[in-house]
Design a protein around this ligand. Structure first.
Ligand SMILES: [Zn+2]
Length: 111
């Protein structure tokens, strides 16, 4: 991901034998960004994946938990994040996570 100050932060999947204990690359990067640069907005995120054959064909899609974390990052900084979903055969670009998670929980959901 890239922050408003042009700092680039990477994340990768953190696997664990107890599956729920691991964490997706998207949230690793978002949480590191928030912990290290709490006052700087996220400008864009690119999500990609590879296997033993190289880059995967289709655009990589974030899981629902990561989409929700992205939404809350947008809410925190009051600006959309450009999301780039990478693949060898296709790349998709979205202006704002709302396009990936139309019924996200927002702060008003907690009222
Ligand atoms: Zn995820």
């Amino acid at each position: 991901l890239i922050l408003e100050n042009d700092e680039i932060i990477t994340g990768n999947n953190q696997e664990n034998a107890a599956s729920p204990t691991g964490l997706c690359a998207e949230r690793v990067a978002l949480f590191y960004a928030n912990a290290t640069y709490p006052d700087i907005a996220v400008k864009a995120m690119a999500v990609t994946a590879s296997n033993s054959n190289g880059l995967v064909d289709g655009p990589v899609k974030p899981c629902g938990s990561c989409r929700q974390a992205m939404v809350e990052t947008e809410v925190r900084y009051k600006q959309p994040i450009r999301i780039i979903l990478d693949g060898k055969k296709k790349i998709q670009v979205f202006e704002g996570v709302e396009n990936l998670l139309p019924f996200a929980f927002k702060p008003e959901s907690l009222d």
